[in-house]
Write a protein that binds this ligand. Structure first.
Ligand code: NAP
Length: 272
């Protein structure tokens, strides 16, 4: 079992070599967390680790791993499960893979699902027993506002069936997990940013300077919203949502839908 000689809380951040993950690592180091930072690009992680160690005098461990591959995922899972000081897991690693589904290489679709469904599930499963035993800890699963976009086609938004589907999984998984964790002292959050200024857009061939002015958020503001949302007990955190009542309306509609579709008979229009 890994002990924490420093007595500082520790956080594990996936996808820390860029964008929102780097912003989480920087903010958490500033707040006094020791870190385990994970991504594939070891050089970037090592440079970030050096910078954070010298700026904040925290301990930063680099774990270079491909979380879409079972070897990489198992290595990180094992490290996370053994950590007796882990206070926070940020499941952030991800990529867009926007394109018409029939043109999406099936191996890319699998990579998206491995990273944004399987790795999120397995890392969450790995850290929970320890957190529950310690009666403390948090997990932030980075989702997207696109998790809510299933009823919206692709005339304005990118073609994204697999990507948005994985993010919808994250939201439902996180909401239901929180209900199972009530009273344990462990909290989970699905973080649903809109457009954020990171390398994500280049990866999917979108020039982010073409987004309308005023809709692009800085990664540091996403992280601030997430950590503030965690303190507020928000299970779904939507950084740009001014009125939390909007989310309540969606959830009330879901409950009403459930009540109104609870029947053993097929609806009238299906009977002939
Ligand atoms: N930017 C946006 O507009 C936006 C909006 C909503 C949600 N999000 C979500 O925010 C999260 C972070 O994205 P970002 O915007 O910060 O993008 P980013 O700058 O491209 O960073 C993505 C991170 O994920 C890591 N990663 C990708 N594939 C990986 C793999 N197979 N194994 C391990 N790490 C991997 C990358 O590191 P390596 O390449 O070094 O492995 C990188 O650190 C993602 O889950 C994304 O879906 C982004």
């Amino acid at each position: 079992m890994t002990t924490n000689a420093t007595k500082r809380p520790r956080a594990l951040v996936t996808g820390a070599s860029s964008g929102i993950g780097t912003a989480f690592a920087e903010r958490l180091a500033h707040d006094g967390y020791d870190l385990i930072i994970v991504a594939r690009r070891r050089d970037r992680l090592e440079s970030l680790a050096g910078q954070l160690q010298s700026s904040y005098s925290v301990h930063v461990e680099v774990l270079a791993a491909d979380l879409s591959q079972s070897d990489g995922l198992r290595t990180v899972e094992k490290r996370a499960a053994e950590d007796s000081a882990l206070e926070l897991l940020v499941n952030n690693a991800g990529f867009g893979g926007y394109m018409p589904f029939v043109e999406l290489d099936p191996d890319k679709a699998e990579e998206l699902i491995n990273l944004q469904v399987l790795a999120v599930t397995r890392l969450t499963r790995a850290v929970l027993p320890g957190m529950i035993a310690r009666e403390r800890g948090s997990i932030i699963n980075v989702s997207s506002r696109l998790a809510f976009s299933g009823s919206m086609g692709s005339s304005q938004l990118p073609k994204r069936a697999t990507y948005a589907g994985t993010k919808a999984f994250i939201n439902t998984f996180t909401q239901l997990l929180q209900s199972e964790l009530e009273g344990t002292g462990v909290h989970v959050q699905a973080l649903c940013p809109g457009v954020v200024q990171t390398e994500f857009h280049e990866q999917v061939g979108i020039d982010s300077t073409r987004y309308p002015a005023g809709i692009v958020m800085e990664p540091e503001d996403v992280v601030q919203a997430s950590l503030a949302g965690l303190k507020l007990g928000e299970v779904i955190c939507i950084p740009a949502m001014e009125d939390p009542g909007l989310l309540t309306q969606i959830q009330e509609s879901e409950r009403r839908f459930f009540e109104l579709t609870r029947s053993g008979s097929a609806a009238e229009r299906y009977r002939s």
